[in-house]
Design a protein around this ligand. Structure first.
Ligand SMILES: Cc1cc2nc3c(=O)[nH]c(=O)nc-3n(C[C@H](O)[C@H](O)[C@H](O)COP(=O)(O)O)c2cc1C
Ligand code: SF4
Ligand code: SF4
Length: 278
């Protein structure tokens, strides 16, 4: 069976899911590649044919697929279109995310032929509290490339679309999570809640003089929570705390210092590895 097109689909405010998706697509190696970037906004209803491979990569928020990604993926329909699903998480856990993505894409008409879990630098990571800092690294991207190659081999080995079999995402190995670490994390979260430590609703600007009003944070905000000409203000009703504005600001004017960063940094130091199933 021959597939000549790959549709690279991602939602990726801080670009880690995007990097993983691009490495997978390079590994698949089809001549034609088109990109659907769901980060920048909703897409019109789009139907993908069975002759296209969809590579779909999204970040994990609170153990689920980032809600904005989930919402925007609903406009994407398949016609028994083969899909490779990828969730990217910040080295804590991905919990229900992969299963949710699998259910949604199957419901939307895709045949899930491969899946993977990758690690990306946590959106809350900073120099004081690094969390999976620098991930995906060279090894991750090589693993993503190899995963792409395996998908291409699977497609080539299938004589026709009927023999291109789907996979059961629940069989993907979960990374080992030392129980003590998990307990320590839960204990710290409970202590934080008991002390009623306020959690910031949005990033903020500590030194207004740093901002040059370049507008980059307006462009990169996936939900329109920052307005041109009013870059120091963030609409808390819209903000999804993705930290794109923090990480993209060339002047480091925006910060998001949540007490969770210290907890995650301390409790999830051991780096997890990507897992794939083809
Ligand atoms: C609101 C929010 C919730 C998150 N929840 C989790 C989580 O439950 N588990 C985890 O390991 N990482 C979590 N992360 C980290 C992201 O999954 C991780 O940084 C991912 O690489 C971001 O993808 P992107 O670079 O494509 O935006 C969360 C990040 C944000 C912003
Ligand atoms: S990206 Fe930074 S410098 Fe540019 S407008 Fe936003 S806060 Fe200001
Ligand atoms: S304002 Fe909120 S939603 Fe917009 S980029 Fe910043 S953190 Fe993300």
């Amino acid at each position: 069976m021959i597939i000549s097109n790959t549709q690279n689909i991602y939602f990726s405010p801080t670009h880690t899911s995007k990097q993983v998706a691009e490495a997978i697509v390079r590994g698949v190696g089809t001549n034609k590649v088109a990109t659907t970037d769901l980060t920048v906004g909703a897409i019109p209803e789009t139907i993908l044919p069975a002759s296209t491979l969809a590579v779909i990569a999204v970040p994990v928020y609170g153990g689920h697929v980032a809600p904005s990604a989930m919402e925007r993926l609903r406009n994407l329909r398949g016609t028994n279109t083969p899909a490779a699903l990828v969730v990217v998480y910040g080295n804590r856990a991905y919990e229900k995310a992969l299963i949710e993505l699998d259910w949604l894409m199957m419901e939307q008409g895709f045949k899930v032929i491969a899946a993977a879990t990758f690690i990306g630098e946590h959106s809350y990571s900073n120099s004081n509290y690094p969390i999976a800092s620098g991930r995906p690294d060279e090894d991750d991207l090589q693993a993503a490339f190899r995963f792409g190659e395996q998908i291409a081999q699977k497609i080539a080995a299938a004589g026709n679309p009927d023999t291109l079999y789907s996979i059961d995402v629940s069989r993907i190995p979960r990374p080992a999570q030392p129980f003590i670490q998990l307990l320590r994390f839960l204990g710290k979260v409970i202590a934080l809640r008991k002390r009623a430590v306020p959690l910031p609703r949005t990033p903020w600007v500590e030194d207004e003089n740093l901002c040059t009003h370049c507008g980059l944070c307006v462009k990169c905000c996936p939900v329109g929570a920052v307005a041109l000409g009013d870059e120091l203000h963030i609409d808390a009703q819209r903000c999804i705390k993705c930290c794109a504005c923090v990480k993209s600001c060339p002047k480091k004017a925006k910060v998001y210092d949540t007490p969770f960063a210290a907890l995650l940094s301390q409790c999830f130091r051991k780096q997890k590895k990507p897992q794939t199933i083809v």
